[in-house]
Design a protein around this ligand. Structure first.
Ligand code: UTP
Length: 231
């Protein structure tokens, strides 16, 4: 099997309020034109997930239950991306890594949402990349890379063109709440580190730039370097 490229696509890139087909359609068309390797795509929950989680929290649901609500919405978004890819896509969101890996043998596009409580779809993307021996993981989000601090809170924050796995783990910190919004999930960073998986963090606003990251060409964003370059 040709190793896939895994994309973890933040829900905010695809599913805002109001929900429309355009972001799904445009992303699918762009990836089809730009790339021929098999692609495994993990979709985030976006606005709807945050809204459902917030409402369920106000109703008193426990954290694991809130995560399960989030997972349901990430799978709903996976269905929309499957619809956008048409016949090239495995026809339902894979629910396990095993199912996704198996589906990649027959379909050039396999989509999935979340898997288990306690992490976000970026961690799912990292595990899927590890499980499928992917070439790299591309984290597609609504900011243009990893910053030294949260740019919304610290005006001196600067974007890092490259990070090692160790730096990424440190910057990811330790957020664990349902609906948490750190730039990279701490578990995702740890999985990438242990599997020495190359990757990138890139904005979903510029699809040509995103295609460059997918194709391992020069791009604007943050490149995640394997350990070999750390010494
Ligand atoms: P997301 O991956 O969308 O989280 O999952 P996010 O960081 O809010 O990303 P954006 O906003 O889409 O960019 C939404 C929520 O679903 C639950 C978590 O509560 C997460 O915050 N979830 C998701 C899980 O518990 N497990 C999973 O495997 C995936």
């Amino acid at each position: 099997m040709t190793p896939p490229i895994v994309l973890s696509i933040g829900g905010s890139v695809l599913a805002n309020e109001p929900l429309t087909p355009d972001p799904f359609q445009t992303l699918a068309e762009h990836l089809d034109n730009a790339h021929e390797d098999p692609l495994a795509l993990v979709t985030g929950g976006g606005h709807a997930a945050r809204s459902y989680i917030q409402t369920a929290r106000e109703l008193g649901l426990d954290e694991t239950g809130l995560d399960e609500v989030g997972i349901t919405l990430t799978r709903a978004n996976a269905y929309l991306l499957i619809a956008a890819f048409g016949n090239d896509a495995y026809p339902r969101p894979a629910e396990t890594f095993h199912e996704a890996a198996h589906a990649l043998r027959s379909y050039p596009r396999v989509c999935m949402g979340g898997t288990h409580p306690g992490h976000t779809t970026d961690a799912v993307g990292a595990m899927l990349a590890e499980r499928t021996g992917a070439k790299r993981l591309i984290i597609v989000t609504n900011v243009d890379g990893v910053y030294t601090a949260d740019p919304n809170e610290d005006p001196k924050a600067t974007r890092l063109d490259e990070v090692t796995h160790t730096e990424l783990v440190r910057l990811a910190g330790d957020a664990r709440e349902a609906g948490s919004t750190t730039i990279v999930d701490p578990l995702a960073a740890q999985i990438l580190q242990r599997s020495n998986m190359p990757g990138a963090v890139v904005s979903g606003n510029d699809l040509d730039n995103l295609a460059n990251a997918v194709n391992d060409e020069a791009f604007t964003g943050t490149r995640i370097e394997p350990h070999a370059k750390e010494s």
